[in-house]
Every structure is written in C-alpha cells, then in structure tokens.
Design a protein around this ligand. Sequence first.
Ligand code: DAT
Length: 181
Amino acid sequence: QPESLEGKRRQPNVLVTGTPGTGKSTTCEQIAEATGLRYINVGDLVKTQDLHCGWDDEFSCHIIDEDKVCDALEDQMGRGGNIVDYHGCDFFPERWFDLVIVLQTDNTVLYERLEKRQVGYSQNKVTENVECEIMHVIVEEAMDSYRQEIVQVLPSNTVEDLESNVERTVQWYKQVMCQVR
Ligand code: DAT
C-alpha cells in the first residue's frame, strides 16, 4: 500500500489494463460507480478527440498517437481521481499511477467473448488478441513499465472474479483515502 500518493494528488489514479475482452470496461465502470473515480476509456478518447496518426489497414483500427494521448490527459491525471482503461500500458508516464491492475482471462473463455463481440470484429483480430493473451504480452508490459509492488494481476473469467476484483479495488481505494486524509 502506498503511504502517500505521487506528486500533489489528493486521490489515487488507477490503471486497468489487459487484452481486449478481458473485462476492463466492465470492471472500470463498476469501480468508478462505487468510488467516484472518473472513468477514462483511452480507446474512446482517441476516437472522440482524434488522437491518432493514421489508419492500420491490417487490423482496421486507428494508430494511436501516444504523445497526443499523454498531453490530453496530463492535467487531469495530475489532479488524481481517475481510473484509466487501455489495452496497453507502456507509454503512460509511470508517475501517473498508484495501482496497475492487469486482467487475465483463460484463452477459451476469451475466444468465446471476442467471437460474440460486435459484428465486424474480424477473425484476424480475435486470433491476434487470444495469442496476445496466451503470450502474456500485457502482463509483461506492465511488469516492465511499473514497480512490481503496484501491479496486480487478477483473473477475470467469471462473474465472481469480476465482483471480487471490484471489491478488492474499492477496499484499496478506501484505505488509500484514509491515509491521505
Ligand atoms: P474489455 O473492456 O477488456 O474489452 P469488456 O469489459 O468489454 O472487456 O468485457 C467483454 C465482455 O465480457 C462483456 O460482454 C462483459 C463480459 N465480461 C467481462 N468481464 C467478465 C467476467 N469477469 N466474467 C464474465 N463476463 C465478463
């Protein structure tokens, strides 16, 4: 547990990362609801604020402009009180986050979730994402980018997992807020 928050923040910032389909947005929404943390979906932000630098034909998606994203979020992150959702984590400033959660899903479960996803989610993308999960790409990225003490790798296979992940994060938040006050 951090004894004080980085910089001048009066509330913590939490990052929830993981392969697409592991449950980041569902988890973030529930934590935001219970804590009052502001939910920031970086993928949506890239679209609504045009924070991209081109189009990737192979995967039919925008190529994120990481510098623009960091500039757009800097002030807000400096104030604290945010929960950030993105399927990558190596380009955010390390100092932004007090807790980094990496969600993990068994590949058969993940495959089914991604197959069910919005029409137009190509087979290419489903396979790519399941492989990303099997290779532990995001877990390793998080381990390489943040202090081990603040990284929590949590299973997200079942509704019980979801509830438990939300509950433990809400408890962490309450404890941090007691220490800050
Ligand atoms: P992400 O934001 O990581 O792409 P999501 O929150 O949109 O993922 O979840 C993908 C789908 O899986 C969605 O229909 C909700 C469901 N889901 C998420 N976490 C789950 C869990 N722990 N158990 C069962 N279903 C889950």
